[in-house]
Design a protein around this ligand. Structure first.
Ligand code: NAG
Length: 189
């Protein structure tokens, strides 16, 4: 079998085995938030929508960013169906100081850092995060719509969808995260 066929078959089995978003073609290079200021970005964000991925499968998702000596600390929490809280810590850093909105996030020493590009944020309301990695003829995409509140106005969501659409992301693949107050109460502890 030719190498390309082997790679394609491998990718297809990965695709079939995971909820990760794989698409044919190379990663787009969307514009990112101008003059991104990480110090205004830190604090807690609620996950409103995301592209399905293999490491977040609960509801009530939050991401909390904090300034650490050498970079940014990341704490992702979510409520699993069995009522337990899944918490994962990582770190983020800016690779190139001339592009401060392009961060790299890593959760485990053993796995390579993933791109975390802030496409749009007003720091106090919403954030739109996109990450994409090339895998040969395919790309693997991540996207999160985050909010400082457990909800986000519909018109803001529509604006963020149009940014994603311009970047070539199929927004109908976005999954809505349940942030229902009663459901998410265990997260307060
Ligand atoms: C976008 O995703 C939806 C839902 O998975 C799918 O039905 C549709 O064909 C996709 N559209 C494109 C252009 O890929």
């Amino acid at each position: 079998m030719k190498a390309v066929q082997v790679i394609s078959l491998t990718l297809l089995s990965v695709l079939a085995a995971s909820a990760q978003i794989f698409s044919p073609g190379k990663c787009p290079k969307p514009a990112v938030q101008e003059n991104f200021d990480i110090t205004r970005y830190i604090g807690k964000w609620y996950e409103i929508q995301k592209l399905p991925n293999t490491f977040q499968w609960g509801e009530c998702g939050t991401a909390t960013y904090s300034l650490k000596n050498a970079g940014v600390g990341v704490l992702n929490r979510e409520l699993l169906a069995d009522g337990t809280i899944n918490a994962i810590t990582g770190s983020a850093k800016v690779k190139d100081p001339s592009e401060p909105a392009k961060l790299e996030v890593s959760f485990y020493e053993s796995t390579p850092p993933g791109p975390y590009w802030v496409l749009s944020t007003d720091y106090e309301g919403h954030s739109l995060v996109y990450g994409c990695t090339d895998f040969g003829l395919f790309r693997m995409e991540f996207a999160w719509i985050l909010s400082r509140q457990p909800t986000l106005p519909e018109e803001t969501i529509e604006e963020l969808h149009s940014i994603l659409t311009s970047a070539g992301v199929n927004v109908s693949k976005l999954a809505v995260t349940d942030q229902d107050e009663a459901l998410c109460r265990p997260m307060d502890q």
